[in-house]
Design a protein around this ligand. Structure first.
Ligand code: SF4
Length: 234
């Protein structure tokens, strides 16, 4: 397993080369490449909507770090999924929290910032904590899929994350929802119970609703607020 430190230029070059080489590779092969290339400087991030990428990554690299952002606004089902993943999977779940508790944020910005300025709320509770959490890694994996929404249609399987200057891996970018469901069934992967209750994408409770028939998977996120992404993937 290679763990030599890379320069930023080397990481960017690696991302470009792997993006071309691995575009058509199976998800597990993509994660094996990440594990062999980056070793412990590779992690997975998970919203705990399901544990598919964490499961795949644990097959490629048992004990892999799985970063979970606990915004303080999650559904209890999401926290339960996180705890179950930590208990039964061969992964190292790392829970990351924002600098301020919800109460401290309310005191500084007023209550329900998510209703008045969701971009700021996400910046404080998701984007900034993730930047700090990823500081010790060269590469990170996400569960982004091209079929989730138009904003994700061009997601590369391996790409360069210029904001954080890291390699960004989306091993299931080419998967469909049916592919995810097949993998879950075949491997008995943990999923968030809310997926069985009308939610197609699970985020913070105040900003997530069930989807209606015909809506895309992320239509229930920040509905009516003109916002489609938290900022992590922009
Ligand atoms: Fe705040 Fe909503 Fe973003 Fe969660 S999803 S951090 S509650 S604005």
């Amino acid at each position: 397993m290679t763990t030599a430190p890379y320069t930023t230029q080397e990481l960017e070059r690696l991302a470009g080369q792997a993006g071309r080489d691995l575009e058509d590779a199976p998800a597990l092969d993509v994660l094996r490449w990440a594990a062999e290339t980056f070793g412990p400087r590779f992690c997975v991030t998970s919203s705990m909507e399901d544990a598919v990428v964490a499961h795949l990554a644990s097959r490629a690299m048992p004990g892999v770090d799985v970063v979970f952002l606990d915004t303080g606004y999650h559904f209890p089902e999401t926290i339960g999924t996180r705890d179950a993943v930590a208990a039964v999977m061969d992964v190292n779940v790392l829970t990351v929290t924002p600098r301020q508790t919800v109460a401290e944020q309310d005191a500084q910005y007023g209550p329900r910032l998510h209703d008045r300025d969701p971009d700021l709320c996400c910046a404080l509770r998701k984007v900034a904590p993730l930047e700090q959490a990823l500081a010790g890694y060269d590469a990170w994996a996400t569960g982004l899929r091209r079929d989730e929404s138009p904003t994700r249609a061009n997601t590369p399987v391996v790409g360069w994350d210029p904001k954080r200057r890291k390699v960004k891996v989306a091993p299931i970018a080419r998967w469909t929802l049916a592919d995810v469901q097949s993998y879950v069934t075949e491997h008995g992967v943990l999923t968030n119970p809310l997926l069985m209750d009308g939610y197609a994408s699970v985020g913070c409770a105040p900003c997530t609703r069930r989807v209606l028939e015909g809506e895309d998977a992320r239509a229930g996120r920040w509905a009516g607020l003109g916002k489609t992404e938290c900022g992590i993937h922009l």
